[in-house]
Write a protein that binds this ligand. Structure first.
Ligand code: DI6
Ligand code: FE
Length: 402
């Protein structure tokens, strides 16, 4: 039984990794779900009220599947220092970088963190994002990691958005554990992870596998514990060097491996075999002025699904726009606009383990966006300054007219 019917638009359904265009489409909703979508002339007869959207295109609600959007302070100074010649790893070794955000995040109250995170999430919502993943990783002790995750969960209560939280305790070594990385991993596994799981604060577990982060043996300990607690894993892998973290992630059936600039063919093959999604983060590549591209051709050849996300964080990606990220993915990583849009819908959903969204099809959540565009690639074409999002419908309810 249809409850409401929408007409007056073209649809890019994003099914099967393609635009999946339906011109002059109709979409019928029942409750939170899509009941029917297809060409308007084929719409089954129904008494349900009809809403004419008045032109434009609809797509699934956008999904930002990798962010660090809860944090204290900012890193404007570091941005300047890097442009004066310092590099990211060197700043990190001097106690800046992630650790300066750790100091600011520990010092911030829960309501201060919430206030700054709301501004950032509002920036995403205004451009048609309906699902956002948020990582911890700037607390690095039990109390502050839990605090970050509580703030992330609170965002879902205060805004019309689905939040997926990821525990990233193994992000950096806190100063009180200097030169004792294995002991810190002990704390992550024995205290943080059990507390996070018990309080239901995380939907997944992540780690930073890098020379300035943790090695594969340490990540493996975290993954073992996470899987033992029934939490899926994902990994920041091969961002600045090839540590072969991706193969480890694949062995643990990771939902995604993220960044991947230094990924090699063996890593790509491992991902293809385990069905792990490649989450590409062109914002960080851009801000760090990197030159090494992820192995796009190998990822395509092996059919690894490529998702896209902002990596919104104060250090390497102060990128508060998923639409601009589509453009960066096209210009910097040579993704096609179709691949980019698939990456921020269909494949992003998979990177979060969410089978109920990311495409417009019967049975999926009725999360969709009406865009003021003449054709789908336009979403990746403009860089800033345009209000493309006209309306957002989430779980069958209109939540915004932009
Ligand atoms: N890689 C990233 O891009 C973020 N974390 C990570 O492991 C950066 C976090 C930061 O610099 O604050
Ligand atoms: Fe990240």
């Amino acid at each position: 039984m249809f409850e409401k019917i929408y007409t007056g638009f073209h649809a890019a359904t994003m099914s099967d990794g393609r635009y999946g265009v339906i011109e002059d489409a109709a979409l019928a909703v029942a409750g939170e779900r899509i009941e029917w979508i297809g060409p308007r002339r084929e719409l089954p007869a129904s008494d349900a009220p009809v809403v004419d959207l008045g032109g434009g295109w609809i797509t699934p609600g956008l999904i930002d599947c990798h962010t660090h959007l809860v944090f204290g302070g900012d890193r404007v100074d570091e941005f300047e220092q890097r442009l004066l010649g310092a590099d990211y790893a060197e700043i990190a070794r001097r106690g800046g970088g992630i650790l300066s955000t750790v100091r600011a995040t520990r010092a911030a109250s829960e309501s201060e963190l919430l206030g700054s995170a709301l501004k950032r999430i509002d920036g995403l919502l205004a451009e048609g994002v309906t699902t956002v993943e948020i990582k911890s990783g700037y607390g690095l002790d039990v109390e502050n990691e839990l605090k970050m995750l509580r703030v992330a969960r609170e965002l879902e209560r205060q805004r019309p958005v689905t939040i997926r939280t990821t525990f990233l305790g193994a992000h950096a070594l806190p100063p009180e554990y200097k030169d004792r990385a294995d002991d810190y991993i002990g704390l992550v596994c024995e205290q943080m992870l059990p507390a996070v799981a018990e309080q239901g604060l995380a939907d997944a577990v992540d780690a930073f596998c890098e020379t300035v982060g943790f090695n594969t043996a340490q990540v493996e300990r975290v993954f073992r514990k996470a899987r033992g607690l029934d939490l899926p894993v994902k990994l920041h892998a091969e961002q600045l060097s090839n540590q072969h973290g991706t193969e480890l992630a694949a062995r643990f059936g990771a939902l995604s491996a993220d960044h991947l600039e230094y990924l090699d063919e063996a890593g790509v093959e491992a991902m293809a075999e385990s069905g792990t999604v490649a989450v590409l983060l062109p914002g960080a590549f851009y801000i760090l002025c990197e030159t090494r591209l992820p192995p796009m051709e190998a990822l395509r050849r092996h059919g690894v699904p490529m998702a896209l996300a902002t990596d919104l964080n104060p250090g390497t990606s102060p990128v508060n726009s998923l639409l601009n990220t589509l453009n960066l993915a096209c210009t910097l990583f040579r993704m096609t606009p179709e691949e980019a849009l698939t990456g921020a819908t269909c494949h992003a959903a998979r990177a979060l383990g969410l089978a109920d969204r990311g495409v417009l099809a019967p049975g999926k959540r009725a999360d969709f966006v009406l865009w003021d565009i003449a054709q789908p690639p336009e979403l990746a074409y403009w860089l800033g300054g345009r209000r493309l999002c006209r309306k957002v419908i989430r779980a069958g309810e209109e939540i915004a007219s932009c």
